[in-house]
Design a protein around this ligand. Structure first.
Ligand SMILES: Cc1cc2nc3c(=O)[nH]c(=O)nc-3n(C[C@H](O)[C@H](O)[C@H](O)COP(=O)(O)OP(=O)(O)OC[C@H]3O[C@@H](n4cnc5c(N)ncnc54)[C@H](O)[C@@H]3O)c2cc1C
Length: 441
């Protein structure tokens, strides 16, 4: 039986970053990463692989790089944990002992459970290279593709497959809007228009009740009829993968592993990081889903730093994300208009039009922001629409301002860098302009 200072279970962005942090900050620690699969793909760029922009072999997830960091890697599945003896039991029969354990077991796809497992041609996302190659081949062969679920990741998928491969796509969404968990109705209506102009059919307020087909899927049955399909991609959400934790008695909340503000679970020497972990909002301390790679990467660093004891506090997250529709990037950060209404916040929305360079002769393109301020002036949410990388910088900046509890006055007085090819014009800096609009409205 081997003894490690730290064992990390799960090598996604949370586990990988935990290992990287521990090996660089505490190089004396003997670290083992256990992951059940080896040949994986970077999940965020899978839509770009399937639509042909990136070859599958160029999208490999570099799990083995943890060895270069001085950690050990075992490709094996942890089948159980004994927290009393601090031991892990692996599928191979091996037993591993740990001083500290980090659980970063990630997500599993939410399933429909409508008998689809008995039909060929119905796919859930599988991040293995084999799985992604299979989906890519199937998408290339298919004429009519049905995508079940219209969340912000799946509509990016629908956009790329229709725009780049010219496939006939139908998106079936259970709620009244696509991407409603991320964007306001103003933005989602625009996305819908773009998707429709590319030939994507969007069926809203529709639930799938069953599938038809003899061996292979032929039709998807919804309340309002049937949709022909020779391929179905199901994206109805992610669930936290917490079985290991639950089985050994670690406390959970809403199905996620519960932690304190140092990412320590209810068991003394076990921490949790990434999609399996319960997240709180930095805005009001309430539950917020944090099932994105960016949050997992952050969690990994926090758990890694705290592996020798409390050092860095988790002050909550500001959920943010970006998707692409029709060649335009749509980003969001913080609370959405819908959520603000649901939570009963009194807020004001201001909109700003600017550009991602100056003067326009340099090739600057349009940039739009919606900012949401509470009555007292605190920034609480934002949306950014543009066609360059500046969208991500602004989404990140908005997140930091929200996290810092910044007000319209503070934002109006902020300095932002200016350089013609890569920034908005100094006379139209979108965040400051939005703050001014709030203050004067
Ligand atoms: C198509 C797609 C696009 C996405 N796009 C984005 C994006 O643009 N931006 C973004 O931020 N996020 C995106 N995401 C979400 C992002 O990929 C996840 O949030 C992220 O991978 C979660 O990281 P994690 O480390 O928490 O868990 P995971 O990546 O799920 O890693 C957990 C690992 O643990 C392993 N494991 C589980 N149980 C065991 C066990 N018992 N023993 C051993 N190993 C185990 C799993 O096999 C897995 O490899 C996307 C996801 C998908 C599917």
């Amino acid at each position: 039986m081997e003894l490690y200072d730290v064992v990390v279970v799960g090598g996604g962005p949370a586990g990988f970053n935990a290992v990287k942090t521990i090996r660089s900050v505490y190089p004396e620690k003997r670290v083992l990463l256990v992951n059940d699969r080896e040949d994986l793909q970077i999940p965020c760029s899978i839509p770009y692989v399937v639509s042909g922009r990136i070859p599958v072999e160029k999208n490999r997830y570099p799990l083995e790089k943890v060895r270069d960091l001085g950690a050990e890697l075992k490709i094996d599945r942890v089948v159980s944990i004994n927290p009393n003896s601090s031991q892990l039991f692996l599928e191979s029969g091996k037993i591993v002992s740990y001083e500290r354990l980090i659980l970063s077991t990630g997500w599993v796809p939410r399933r429909l459970n409508l008998g689809e497992e008995n039909l060929e041609g119905v796919f859930y996302i599988d991040t293995s290279t084999e799985g992604v190659s299979r989906i890519k081949e199937e998408v290339e062969k298919a004429e009519r593709i049905v995508i079940i679920g219209g969340g912000f990741i799946s509509i990016g998928f629908a956009d790329l497959i229709s725009r780049k491969l010219g496939k006939k796509i139908t998106v079936i969404e259970a709620s009244s809007r696509i991407a409603s968990g991320a964007f306001s109705s103003e933005i989602t209506s625009e996305m819908e228009e773009k998707l429709k102009s590319q030939g994507v059919e969007i069926l809203k307020n529709e639930k799938v009740s069953s599938f038809e087909g003899n061996g292979r899927v032929k039709r998807v049955v919804i309340s309002d009829g049937k949709v022909d399909a020779d391929l179905v991609l199901v994206f109805v959400g992610f669930l936290p993968n917490t079985k290991l934790a639950v089985d050994c008695g670690i406390e959970t909340e809403r199905g996620f592993i519960k932690t304190d503000s140092y990412l320590r679970t209810s068991v003394d020497n076990i921490l949790s990081a990434g999609n399996c972990t319960f997240h709180r909002s930095a805005i009001d301390g309430e539950f917020t889903p944090g099932m994105v790679a960016s949050v997992s990467a952050r969690d990994g660093r926090i758990a890694g730093l705290n592996v020798t004891g409390p050092r860095v506090e988790d002050r909550g997250i500001v959920l943010a994300g970006i998707t692409e529709v029709g060649g335009i990037f749509y980003g969001f950060s913080g609370y959405t208009e819908e959520l603000l209404n649901r939570k009963g916040f009194i807020f004001k929305k201001v909109s700003v039009e600017s550009s991602d360079g100056y003067p326009s002769a340099i090739g600057a393109k349009s940039l739009r922001l919606n900012l949401y301020f509470l009555k007292n002036g605190r920034l609480i949410g934002g949306e950014v629409v543009g066609s360059s990388k500046i969208v991500s910088s602004l989404v990140d900046l908005i997140s930091k301002l929200i996290e810092g509890g910044e007000s319209a006055e503070r934002i109006a007085s902020m300095n932002s860098v200016a350089f013609p090819p890569v920034t908005p014009p100094p006379l139209l800096q979108p965040l400051q302009e939005g703050a001014l609009k709030f203050l004067t409205s």
